[in-house]
Design a binder for this molecule. Structure first.
Ligand code: ADP
Length: 426
């Protein structure tokens, strides 16, 4: 009897232990599962009797999961922040690994190398095809590179200049691969401006040197030999000095005017004037000048143009420059016609209504090859004729700047004679 009772009690104990064991196993599995899926166990408790005993472990596990989640959030936030920061940068950024595979590149890089297509995970040399750049990559890795390096990318159509700075990214641990970061700054515009500036300085020096050396030469001759010189010779030397110093003065005047027009804050003294009478008064003044005596000046000016807001002093220079050129570069007996009409301006000129003025002549015109350059500083088709007539080679450049400051545009056509057009917004 007692034996049976003991056996039953043992069996009951065994069953109870097995049930507990199963509950503990379930609890352990639930904790494992929640750690894997990173989902906290609700209420820090597991259902069932075993839950009470596991509560400490569960709350530890829940804390671990919460901490892990917050780290994940911070990491993805930082990554998004980094991507957004790189994306908004003007500079192109590219990161490559030890094997030259692109790990990261921002939008600016794709706009700098539009032909590169998909960049990520590509080999670097397929994205940026340049032996000079590849050499620089090697130098950065060997720590022999200059902090900044200029590289030219020459294609059939253009040359682009890039200033590149490279740096090694310290490896996170011994087993991680070595990354290299490059920041590329497009300096093509600066390079072009620098070339324009150098050319301009060279042109100015050249333009100043010729009259200056003539003035100097004549002055020296006069100083040395004026006592033994005939009056005629002395007169000739003095006139040369006068002519060339006048040329120097107008060159410097035009240069100063250009620099004022090109300054960051060029001033226009705008007033509203009846435009047709403004044009007529300049043209009437011209008709009375000896320079126009051998030419026929005709007009076709729309009297309905009305008032325009213009800087009368500067716009007078525009009209005078164009009429001057038409008289200078055409033979005696040629005709110069000034027309002005109202017209709709194209969207490229701000749209809306405007006025177009044209100064046309029936002279020799301008060769087609010269037309695209005609408004450039110091550009002359006939250098001899320009200098002979006191030209500085800056007149049309000044015309363009003044018209653009008024919001208009200039253009030229040439076939039989030359026709210079400029528009003004109404
Ligand atoms: P310049 O002081 O030499 O006249 P511009 O800038 O006014 O300088 O003109 C540039 C060049 O354009 C001139 O040297 C001349 O060769 C050419 N040109 C200008 N207007 C005319 C025209 N009406 N007919 C022919 N050539 C012209």
């Amino acid at each position: 009897m007692l034996q049976s009772i003991i056996i039953i009690a043992l069996a009951a104990g065994l069953v109870a232990t097995l049930i507990r064991l199963a509950q503990h196993r379930r609890a352990a599995r639930a904790i494992m599962q929640s750690l894997i899926t990173r989902r906290e166990i609700g209420g820090n408790r597991l259902p069932g009797a075993a839950g009470r005993n596991w509560s400490e472990l569960i709350s530890e596990a829940n804390e671990l999961i919460a901490e892990n989640k917050s780290m994940q959030r911070t990491r993805s936030g930082r990554l998004a922040q980094l991507e957004a920061t790189l994306g908004s940068l003007q500079e192109a950024v590219i990161i490559i690994d030890h094997d030259n595979t692109v790990l990261l590149a921002n939008k600016a890089l794709q706009s700098l190398f539009p032909g590169a297509g998909t960049v990520l995970n590509q080999r670097f040399e397929n994205v940026i095809r340049s032996a000079a750049f590849l050499e620089y990559v090697g130098a950065v890795r060997n720590n022999t590179a200059q902090p900044q390096h200029e590289i030219a990318f020459v294609t059939a159509n253009e040359t682009r200049w890039v200033e590149v700075t490279g740096a090694m990214i310290p490896a996170v641990n011994d087993s991680s691969s070595q990354w290299t970061l490059f920041v590329l700054h497009n300096i093509t515009r600066q390079k072009k401006l620098e070339a324009v500036r150098k050319e301009f300085v060279a042109n100015v020096s050249h333009e100043l040197r010729t009259p200056l050396s003539l003035v100097k030469g004549c002055a020296e001759t006069l100083v040395d030999g004026h006592r033994d010189m005939s009056v005629d010779d002395r007169d000739r030397f003095l006139r040369t000095i006068q002519n060339h110093s006048e040329r120097l003065a107008s060159l410097i005047e035009d240069l100063l005017l250009l620099s004022r027009l090109e300054s960051a804050n060029p001033r226009l003294h705008v007033e509203r004037v009846p435009f047709a009478s403004f044009l007529h008064s300049i043209i009437d003044d011209y008709r009375a000048r000896p320079a126009a005596a051998a030419h026929e000046i005709t007009t076709d000016i729309d009297t309905n143009i009305g008032e325009l807001s213009i800087d009368t002093f500067k716009l007078t220079q525009v009209v005078e420059n164009l009429i001057d050129n038409a008289l200078k570069y055409t033979p005696a007996g040629a005709r110069v016609t000034i027309t002005a009409r109202q017209r709709a301006l194209p969207a490229s000129e701000g749209g809306g209504r405007g006025v177009e003025v044209c100064v046309r002549d029936n002279g020799p015109g301008i060769p087609a090859a010269d037309l695209p350059h005609i408004f450039e500083r110091f550009y002359r088709v006939d250098k001899g004729r320009s200098r002979e007539t006191g030209g500085t080679g800056l007149g049309l450049s000044i015309v363009k700047h003044i018209v653009q400051l008024h919001g208009g545009q200039v253009r030229v056509e040439s076939g039989q004679g030359a026709a210079f057009f400029f528009t003004l917004p109404a």
